[in-house]
Design a protein around this ligand. Structure first.
Ligand SMILES: Cc1cc2nc3c(=O)[nH]c(=O)nc-3n(C[C@H](O)[C@H](O)[C@H](O)COP(=O)(O)OP(=O)(O)OC[C@H]3O[C@@H](n4cnc5c(N)ncnc54)[C@H](O)[C@@H]3O)c2cc1C
Length: 330
């Protein structure tokens, strides 16, 4: 597999046989710190993440309360440091969006838009930027012009106009991908500034096929049996109806990102993932950490701590010991 990691480098050797000891889904503070510990323990570790600014820390403008980091840095910068540290211990990162899993067997399988990944254990660290409420018309026209995956559906929009709504590097990458097919890509960012690394913003702004509309909230998706247009509200201006054949939506909300689990793990009455003291879920070898859990204080340091606890427990369990053999203090 030839894929691109979150630092933009090609990583052609995703495990010689494509198998890992640990797959970590989500590279925020929870996933990245878990990767530091599993990689340091010599476990073959792959972190699958859909975008640096698709998570809560990635969109944080300024972080001032993370221990040991007293200078003003952005959440994305802090995250890049964590990821770099994990890579320095041998963890690999791949830029991909996980859309499904098969967790019940001895071998765990994770399905992404770009590939399939196999491992002995999994740490779920996808945060809580999932969407709760939907835009009017979105559910009705899902699969009939509404999509969440340019890689999957982009080719259906050859020589057609499409819309991308979002404000993350995931959204920008998807929009750039769509320019291979669509005649025009309207990029609607709900915020006045698009949150993405500079090189991606440059590509977005310079691409002649992309029309960038900042500060535009998607209001409705229109069409009877398929998408015909979208309606959006530009800040301080009357709503606009925009004819498009496809609506690709990458908006963020505040719900745990668990859709890809397809009910394979036990949850509470309120739909929250159940974990034990070491963050192991109802399936042995599968852990969940960070904001993806409901009863948890939403702070980067807490997510990082949970990632470390799960990684230590996982290493201990993989090697069938009651106590971790690795000297974590080194
Ligand atoms: C605006 C804002 C400001 C904040 N300020 C602070 C602060 O000052 N101090 C502080 O300590 N905390 C702050 N927080 C909270 C903190 O950012 C979160 O608690 C923390 O980032 C949670 O870490 P996490 O790793 O669990 O999730 P996230 O940081 O959300 O990371 C989740 C990762 O999973 C990836 N992902 C999600 N779904 C998929 C999928 N299907 N496939 C692949 N990858 C996926 C995302 O790309 C993302 O990188 C702030 C949060 C926000 C929103």
């Amino acid at each position: 597999m030839d894929s691109v990691n979150n630092n933009g480098h090609h990583s052609e050797s995703l495990g010689q046989d494509g198998k890992f000891d640990v797959l970590i889904i989500g590279g925020g503070p929870a996933g990245a710190s878990a990767a530091i510990y599993t990689a340091r323990a010599g476990l073959k570790t792959l972190v699958i993440d859909k975008g640096l600014t698709a998570g809560a820390l990635g969109i944080t403008g300024k972080i001032a309360n993370y221990p040991g980091v007293s200078e003003q840095i952005t959440g994305a910068e802090l995250l890049e440091r964590m990821r770099g540290q994990a890579e320095s211990f041998g963890a690999q990162f791949v830029s991909d969006k996980v859309i499904g899993v098969e967790l019940t067997g001895e071998e765990k399988v994770v399905f992404g838009n770009q590939g399939t990944y196999n491992s002995r254990s999994v740490i779920i660290a996808t945060g809580s930027m999932g969407r709760g409420s939907r835009v009017k018309g979105e559910d009705r026209l899902l699969g009939r012009g509404v999509s969440y995956c340019a890689t999957c559906d982009g080719a259906f929009y050859r020589e057609k106009d499409v819309m991308v709504a979002g404000n993350s590097d995931e959204a920008v990458e998807e929009a750039l991908f769509l320019t291979k097919f669509a005649s025009r890509v309207h990029f609607l960012s709900p915020a006045p500034e698009v949150k993405a690394p500079r090189h991606l913003l440059d590509e977005l702004e310079e691409n002649e096929k992309i029309t960038l509309v900042k500060g535009a909230s998607l209001v409705e998706i229109l069409g009877d049996s398929k998408v015909d247009a979208v309606r959006y509200a530009p800040r301080g201006k009357p709503e606009v109806e925009l004819p498009v054949a496809g609506a690709f939506i990458y908006l963020q909300g505040g719900k745990p990102e668990t859709g890809f689990l397809q009910g394979q793990l036990n949850v509470s009455d309120t739909g929250c993932l159940l974990v034990d003291r070491e963050f192991q879920t109802s399936i042995p070898g599968v852990y969940a950490v960070g904001d993806v859990l409901c009863d948890h204080i939403k702070q980067a340091v807490i997510s990082a701590g949970e990632g470390a606890i799960a990684a230590i427990a996982l290493e201990k369990n993989l090697h069938g010991r009651s106590k971790a053999s690795v000297d974590w203090s080194k």
